[in-house]
Design a protein around this ligand. Sequence first.
Ligand SMILES: *Cc1c(COP(=O)(O)O)cnc(C)c1O
Length: 213
Amino acid sequence: MLDSVALRARLDGVRDRVMRAARRAGRDASSVRVVAVSKTFTAEDVRAAAVAGQVDFGENKVQEALQKMGQTSDLHIKWHLVGHVQSNKARKAGAQFDYVHSVDRAELATKHGTREEDLAPIFDAARGCRAVRIVGLMLLPPAVADPGEARPYFRELRDVRDRLLARGVDASMVRELSMGMSHDFEVAVEEGATMVRVGTAIFGQRNSMETSE
Ligand SMILES: *Cc1c(COP(=O)(O)O)cnc(C)c1O
C-alpha cells in the first residue's frame, strides 16, 4: 500500500500543475478533470486517493476495475475505462463505468483507436442508442521523449472536434477531450483537454511487469 501522505502531496501537485497550465491558456481550471489512472494499484490506494478528494479514477482492464469497484463501493467514485474494450466485455463495461474513453468501433470490437473518417458511423450508432451517450474524443499519441512533441497531436484532436462540430455533430457529443498523461498533461491542458488521464504522477511507478496496455 502507498504512503497516503505522499499520495496526497502528489495529487495536490498534479492539481496545481493543471491549474497553472489552464491559467496559461486562459482557461478555467474547473473545466479540466483529473482522472487518476489506478491500474495495477490496489483498492486501498484508490481509497487513500479518494479520501484526499480525488473523484475520478481510470482503469484499463474491466476485470481489475470491477474488483476495485466492489471494494470501494462505499465511496463516491466516478469510474472511467481507459483501455480498449473487447466486444465480449462491452456490455459489462457500459453498465459499470461512468465513462468509457476507448470506444473505437460502432460495434465496440477490439481495435486500437479509429481514423477520423470512421468517426461518423460511431456517432451515428450512438445517436440511435439509448444506453450509450458519446460525450467526447480521446487521444493516445505515440510516445515521445519531449512533452512538447505531443502538442501537434493534441491540437489535431481539437481540430477533429472542430470539424465534427462544423459538420453538424451536436456539441454535447464532443464536449470532452480526453488527452494528456503523466508526462504531458500540462501541454494537453494548454491545448484544450477537459480530462487528463494521470497514473504515474499520482500513484508512482507501476511494476513494469503489469503495465500492459
Ligand atoms: C496507463 C494509462 C494512462 C496513465 O499513464 P501515466 O503515464 O502513468 O500517467 C493514461 N491513459 C491510458 C489509456 C493508459 O492506459
